[in-house]
Design a binder for this molecule. Structure first.
Ligand SMILES: O=C(O)CCC(=O)C(=O)O
Ligand SMILES: [Fe+2]
Length: 271
């Protein structure tokens, strides 16, 4: 039997304040050890099959293997990605009633993999709202040699920095932004499989190189507030994302396609 991943993870008001102030939050044991063992194996198998079948190579200048829309590969992956546990956390963090899924992907950074250059996710995601969140979950225990995620503290407050796709160029843009605004970089030094970080779509972030011998296996699921509209399609990445992850909806339309399932709705009993 697959664990349910119910919405039973509560966040304190201090953690919510921290999330809004700093643009990200690190949460321990979002999946407990039994849960991550089961779902981690499912995610690993699904991702490795994709990588092998499609002969994928690392992308984003050698940073990671990337493969998306994994929930359609099996009912087990669907159950994980649509889990109320994650939607419930996003609803608490954003203080919203109803949460939709944007997409999901694995980012597997191989041994010797390059750093993940600084970027903002909403450069890619055409959503006309700040109520957009990415969840990053390692499915393997990680130390700081493996290239864990890192954040530019409070960078979400500056909004769209007109960056670039993940590249040397985006790194340069954000390096000078960090210097100009004198912002702090926070590394997640070590984390266990099943721990998670959540960050806003405009929080600048990246990851170190993988200096270890092991694959750094991470699963990412992204969410947004129900009621959000499709934003401007001002670059090719946004044009592609609208097509593949928002059901081909146009700028100004509600982002409520069949792909963007409601994963969590607060019941009136909880108010
Ligand atoms: O895992 C990585 O290397 C980068 C993670 C990332 O960019 C994200 O989760 O949005
Ligand atoms: Fe990202």
């Amino acid at each position: 039997m697959l664990p349910e991943l119910n919405a039973n993870y509560s966040i304190s008001s201090k953690q919510i304040d921290q999330f809004w102030n700093e643009g990200f939050i690190y949460l321990k044991e979002v999946l407990n050890q039994d849960e991550i063992k089961i779902y981690g194996d499912i995610i690993r198998k699904t991702a490795n099959k994709r990588i092998n079948d499609n002969k994928l190579e690392p992308v984003s200048e050698g940073a990671f293997y990337q493969t998306l829309n994994l929930r359609f590969d099996s009912p087990e992956m669907m159950k994980f990605c649509l889990a109320e546990r994650f939607g419930g956390i996003v609803s608490q963090l954003l203080n919203i009633e109803s949460v939709r899924i944007y997409h999901e992907q694995v980012l597997f950074k191989p041994s010797g993999g390059n750093q993940t250059h600084w970027h903002q996710d909403q450069f890619y995601w055409p959503l006309d709202s700040n109520l957009v969140v990415g969840m990053w979950m390692p499915i393997v225990d990680c130390n700081n040699e493996m290239g864990t995620i890192r954040f530019v503290k409070s960078s979400h407050r500056y909004g769209d920095q007109k960056g670039d796709v993940i590249s040397k160029n985006s790194h340069l843009i954000f390096d000078s932004f960090i210097k100009k605004e004198n912002l702090e970089i926070i590394e997640i030094e070590s984390c266990n499989a099943g721990d998670c970080t959540f960050h806003f779509g405009w929080t600048a972030h990246g990851a170190g190189p993988n200096l270890s011998e092991r694959m750094r296996e991470a699963m990412i699921v992204s969410f947004f507030a129900d009621g959000t509209r499709v934003g401007e399609l001002y670059n090719q990445a946004r044009v592609n994302d609208a097509k593949y992850f928002l059901g081909g909806k146009a700028t100004g339309e509600l982002a409520d396609s069949d792909l963007n399932t409601v994963v969590y709705k607060k019941s009136s009993l909880e108010n």
